[in-house]
Design a protein around this ligand. Structure first.
Ligand SMILES: *Cc1c(COP(=O)(O)O)cnc(C)c1O
Length: 389
């Protein structure tokens, strides 16, 4: 097999984008120009549609795009919506949950962390107990797909229990929105956040917050930061149709094309079907080489899969990575704290045919390394059994 001109990015953002998405960037736009303002309006409207807020005029939610990577939007959401005298309960089970807690520490917002480790989801019963015992908690913050392990957290049950306890919910749906259902008609939340270069398959440069209009209104004066003030960005954008500061014009143009391809594929359900197929072909193929995924089926997302590193002493991740790269595939190192692992993403402009090529590339790489099986050490598997129990 000869490698393509540029490698496939089997990484959860930036990811491989369609040729037409890249081509959409081959011209320049004035930020104040009517054409670009129309693109911004279209982008906001399309994202609200995907979120299920389908009423153009009287919708309950609004969409506020913001310059920067996804973490800028998470920080903007936390700083704008958790008031200075608020108290957030952070449900952490990986690097992105931990980043939320770190961000709140920087912001000087009171917070409590409920950490379930690398591969266990937060459960409604535990959250219910914590909220019952801590009347001062005003907000619950949860990660939708925790990209560090690939676990798909049960945000529906978390949303239900949070609403029952009369608290507010903020969601980091960075690596899920657009592929995994997040419909504001059935999932009560104050706000959630995602970014251009994840499941909508745009290029990096901005993210967006989708929030209730009354929450946006009430956020006035909360933010610690001018650049990250979601209320101000919203207010100015609604008044002028423009971004407050220099917008990522080319990334927005690419995103408009990415949204067109998203709709063409059948919207969120269509995208989910392709990613699910990618994941299933990947997991089955890796299984035929002896590899074992970290997560049991119930929690395994269609976004990214963590595999245990093989127990065979001939396995070396850096060499494996390079051998995959020379065959045209960029994979991802693991992000677990207790066991050796690596990750392969299922998202981006690629399909099951590409996934079959990934498996062949893995087979070749193992052969070159002299690794006879991808099977992990039994001790690693023991962790997974604990998860299933
Ligand atoms: C990608 C991602 C982010 C944001 O990361 P950036 O590098 O700042 O774009 C946040 N949360 C999750 C769950 C993610 O997958």
């Amino acid at each position: 097999m000869t490698a393509p001109a540029e490698p496939y990015l089997l990484t959860p953002g930036p990811l491989t984008t369609a040729a037409s998405t890249k081509e959409a960037m081959l011209r320049d736009w004035g930020s104040w120009d009517g054409d670009f303002r129309a693109m911004t309006a279209q982008l906001r409207r399309s994202l609200l549609d995907i979120a299920g807020d389908v009423d153009d005029v009287d919708g309950e939610y609004d969409c506020v795009p913001l310059q920067g990577s996804g973490s800028y939007c998470v920080e903007a959401m936390l700083g704008s919506f958790v008031p200075r005298d608020g108290h957030a309960l952070v449900l952490a089970n990986g690097a992105y949950g931990k980043r939320i807690a770190t961000t709140l520490r920087y912001l000087g917002r009171r917070h409590t962390v409920h950490d379930t480790g690398d591969y266990l989801p937060p459960r409604a019963a535990d959250v219910e107990l914590i909220l019952a015992a801590n009347a001062e908690i005003t907000h619950v913050v949860v990660v939708h797909c925790e990209t560090s392990s690939g676990i798909l957290n049960p945000i529906e049950e978390i949303a239900a229990v949070t609403a029952r306890a009369g608290r507010r919910l903020l969601i980091d749906s960075m690596s899920a929105f657009g592929a995994v259902a997040l419909d504001v008609r059935t999932l009560p939340c104050d706000a959630f956040v995602s970014s251009a270069n994840k499941c909508i398959e745009g290029v990096p440069g901005f993210g967006f917050v989708i929030a209730k209009k009354d929450v946006l209104r009430d956020a006035k004066g909360n933010s610690h930061s001018l650049a990250l003030d979601i209320h101000d960005q919203w207010e100015v954008m609604n008044r002028t149709g423009q971004w407050r500061f220099t917008p990522p014009t080319h990334a927005v143009a690419a995103f408009i094309e990415a949204l067109r391809l998203h709709a063409l594929e059948g919207g969120q359900p269509g995208r989910l079907a392709r990613y699910t197929r990618n994941r299933d072909v990947l997991v089955a193929g890796m299984g035929s080489l002896g590899f074992e995924p970290l997560l049991t089926g119930q929690w395994r997302s269609p976004i990214i899969v963590t595999f245990f590193s093989p127990a065979d002493p001939a396995f070396n991740f850096e060499r494996f990575y390079e051998l995959m790269k020379t065959q045209g595939f960029i994979i991802y190192p693991g992000k677990l704290t207790t066991v050796e692992s690596f990750r392969i993403g299922c998202i981006g402009a690629l399909d099951e045919t590409v996934m079959r090529q990934v498996i062949e590339a893995c087979r070749n790489a193992l052969g070159t390394l002299g690794v006879t099986s991808g099977a992990p050490a039994p001790a690693a598997l023991g962790k997974r059994e604990a998860l299933a129990a």
